[in-house]
Design a protein around this ligand. Structure first.
Ligand SMILES: [Zn+2]
Length: 228
């Protein structure tokens, strides 16, 4: 006849989990974590890239409307400046390109890439090199000028805007970033490999920097950012 189950017997039954089994379970869990964590962080990174591209497209739409209203001119970038202040060293006084554009953007968050790449609250530069190069032929040039949309020949290649890892943090939390005299490409942000670039036809793509044949900084020719 089977002896009645005592509390000692039950204790034995619960101790079925041996040390080796426990170690195996721990090993399996750590393996799973090591598999899942990187893909989680990859997914997070991808989500940030998608938000950045959406931001750039939103700003691009605002710039399209702005150019419609201002006789083909995009906002004028001129120097560094804090939000709410005139940009430094320019006469007549103007606000940053981000503020000129703001009535059409309406959401300030659009100016911030989720990676917050350059120590600044604002992440995007305005592609202004064509206007700067063009102004060199003026007797008193070169000077700050707006890019004129109708003069852009390669609307799917002109670098109009981008998120940049170039460090702008200084005296100013610059909301007037431009590439008149600073090449803002080649400072990758996302995964430290690529940055978001927006073109006048409002398409957006990730690039590690300048890519020959796909990008230009001039009105009439396909060229890299040139020295003066
Ligand atoms: Zn970005």
């Amino acid at each position: 006849m089977r002896p009645p189950e005592t509390s000692t017997n039950m204790k034995h039954a619960r101790r079925a989990f041996t040390l080796i089994e426990l170690l195996v379970v721990i090993a399996v869990i750590s393996l799973l974590v090591s598999i899942i964590l990187p893909s989680l962080s990859r997914a997070k990174g991808l989500a940030k890239t998608v938000v950045c591209a959406a931001n750039a497209k939103g700003i691009g739409t605002a710039m399209y409307i702005y150019a419609e209203e201002f006789n083909e001119r995009y906002p004028l970038a001129s120097n560094v400046g804090n939000w709410g202040e005139y940009v430094a060293g320019v006469t007549p006084s103007i606000y940053s390109w981000m503020e000129q554009l703001f009535p059409y953007v309406e959401v300030k968050k659009l100016y911030v890439c989720p990676e917050k790449p350059n120590g600044s609250e604002y992440s995007y530069f305005l592609g202004t090199r064509a206007a700067w190069i063009d102004s060199m032929k003026y007797p008193d040039g070169p000077f700050f000028n707006p890019v004129i949309r109708s003069r852009i020949k390669y609307t799917s290649a002109y670098v109009l805007l981008g998120c940049t890892g170039r460090d702008f943090k200084g005296t100013y939390d610059d909301c007037d970033k431009d590439d008149y005299t600073q090449d803002c490409t080649g400072f990758p942000v996302h995964d430290k490999k690529v940055q978001t670039i927006l073109f006048p036809d409002n398409h957006v793509k990730s690039y590690p920097g300048y890519v020959e044949g796909e990008m230009t900084f001039q009105y009439n020719k396909m060229v890299p950012w040139e020295e003066e």
